[in-house]
Design a protein around this ligand. Structure first.
Ligand SMILES: [Mn+2]
Length: 458
């Protein structure tokens, strides 16, 4: 059992760059303990939003890089982001989070993430450990902070698995992503960050994150955006919790038949691509483990087919595997495929995300996302669940009639971790005022109908 203020393992100590030299921290008036004893967190009763408003700036700005992250540093980061979101224009973010501190955090996190396998196995869950699974959060920083305060911060006995889609649409994708990276660096074996389809160049150029970064970091915006994309490449694709729960942003994926090349060069392989649905079959965990995840964007073919499926696919009530024509990428899979996958690998649950209330509105036969989750398939070996953790989504909506959806997270408890306990929650209200970073009135509601041609050329 380690103290939360001590470095959790060597991952945080091997990659610590030197502290920033040009932006020394301002002298602050007290120890962090003094500041946080009077601050509003981590009270779990702070759901009314009133005590989230901090009229005076946090004690420790600008943030400096400590070399090794501590719980106090992360709590201060939360405080600074929350305060800045309500009191500073977006372009002032660098005055509280200097680009050099951004660089250190992203570099350190990227090194940790790139070492993880495509499918992380979370097995070190002891008797006293619970696992919190979180779906799409889409830059809704204040709702993420509420979730952490209600479910409890990550610690020795509380593991977090995030299913991707940290950025785009919401106005605080950068702060949200950086906060999650900070937790990852601080507790690399207690916080797992999987990739969503929005952690890509294509999505972030259409749905707001790129423009958000440019607005916040100005002249350093391109640099900050490039570093974020590099970090996205390191995000693993899936997790297996306690050997019985599979999680991924989209879900299941196809097998990619491999035949030896005629010219038997060393390790040269030819991957047969056949878009006919009757040639589709479920992929194996071994294929997933060998997939190449470092390419962020379509065209999704060859070695990219599996990541494309894992990030973009959706469940269906129609049996079998078929191309996901609505999205133009990924697959649709039926209850029979859920059963096949669960049975083959001895799993009890699949927890995927990827569909919010807007997407579900267009999916007759599947449940709506009012409560932040749906149980889509109930089969002999277990269940398939969709989990969406952005309440009152999307933040910017063209119609007056809002979805008013709740977000949800799932807690998995020992000893088997295979019985989901659902926690639905309302959006933090009021949200700070913010301007959208994409043309939400003209950009399509969900991720459907992708312009594949533009993806190929961009
Ligand atoms: Mn998604």
């Amino acid at each position: 059992m380690q103290s939360p203020s001590e470095p959790p393992d060597s991952a945080t100590t091997t990659a610590a760059p030197p502290p920033p030299t040009t932006t020394p921290p301002l002298p602050h008036n007290s120890s962090s303990d003094d500041f946080f004893s009077s601050a509003s967190f981590p009270s779990s009763s702070s759901s009314d939003g009133d005590n989230l408003i901090s009229p005076s700036p946090p004690a420790q700005i600008p943030i400096s890089w400590p070399g090794t992250l501590t719980l106090d540093w992360i709590l201060n980061l939360i405080s600074v982001f929350e305060w800045a979101s309500r009191n500073l224009p977006p372009s002032e973010l660098p005055s509280v989070l200097p680009v050099k501190v951004f660089d250190s955090l992203v570099l350190t996190a990227s090194k940790v993430l790139h070492k993880e396998p495509n499918c992380v196995r979370i097995d070190e869950c002891g008797d006293g450990t619970s696992v919190v699974v979180v779906g799409d959060v889409h830059g809704q920083l204040h709702d993420v902070l509420f979730l952490f305060r209600e479910a409890g911060f990550p610690d020795e006995n509380r593991v977090y698995v995030f299913n991707g889609d940290y950025v785009d649409r919401g106005a605080w994708g950068l702060e949200t992503f950086l906060l999650l990276l900070a937790w990852k660096v601080f507790l690399p074996h207690r916080v797992y960050l999987l990739r969503g389809n929005h952690e890509s160049k294509y999505c972030t150029s259409v749905y707001g994150f790129e423009k958000e970064v440019m607005a916040k970091y100005g002249g350093n915006g391109k640099h900050v955006y490039r570093k974020c994309l590099g970090c996205f490449e390191g995000l693993p694709l899936a997790s297996i919790i306690a050997g019985s729960v599979y999680t991924a942003h989209g879900g299941l994926f196809r097998g990619t038949p491999v035949t030896p090349s005629k010219r038997a060069k060393k390790k040269t392989r030819k991957i047969i691509i056949n878009p006919e649905s009757n040639s589709l079959y479920l992929g194996s965990l071994e294929e997933l483990s060998k997939a190449r995840r470092s390419v962020l964007d379509p065209p999704w073919e060859g070695a990219n087919l599996i990541p494309g499926d894992v990030l973009w696919s959706d469940p269906s009530m129609t049996p079998g595997l078929s191309p996901n024509n609505e999205r133009g990428i990924g697959l649709l899979w039926g209850p029979d495929c859920t059963e096949e996958f669960l049975k083959k690998f001895g799993f009890k649950l699949i927890i995927r995300s990827h569909e919010g209330p807007d997407a579900r509105e267009k999916r007759p036969g599947l449940g709506g996302m009012d409560e932040g989750y749906t149980i889509d398939h109930v089969v002999e070996s277990g269940k398939l669940i969709t989990l969406f953790s952005a309440p009152d989504y999307p933040q910017f909506q063209a119609t007056e009639e809002r979805y008013k959806n709740k977000g949800a997270y799932i807690v998995l408890e020992p000893p088997y971790f295979d019985t989901p306990v659902f926690h639905s929650f309302e959006a933090v209200s009021p949200r700070p005022k913010a301007s959208p970073y994409y043309d939400f009135e003209f950009v399509i509601d969900s991720d459907e109908e992708l312009d594949l041609a533009s993806m190929v050329t961009s």
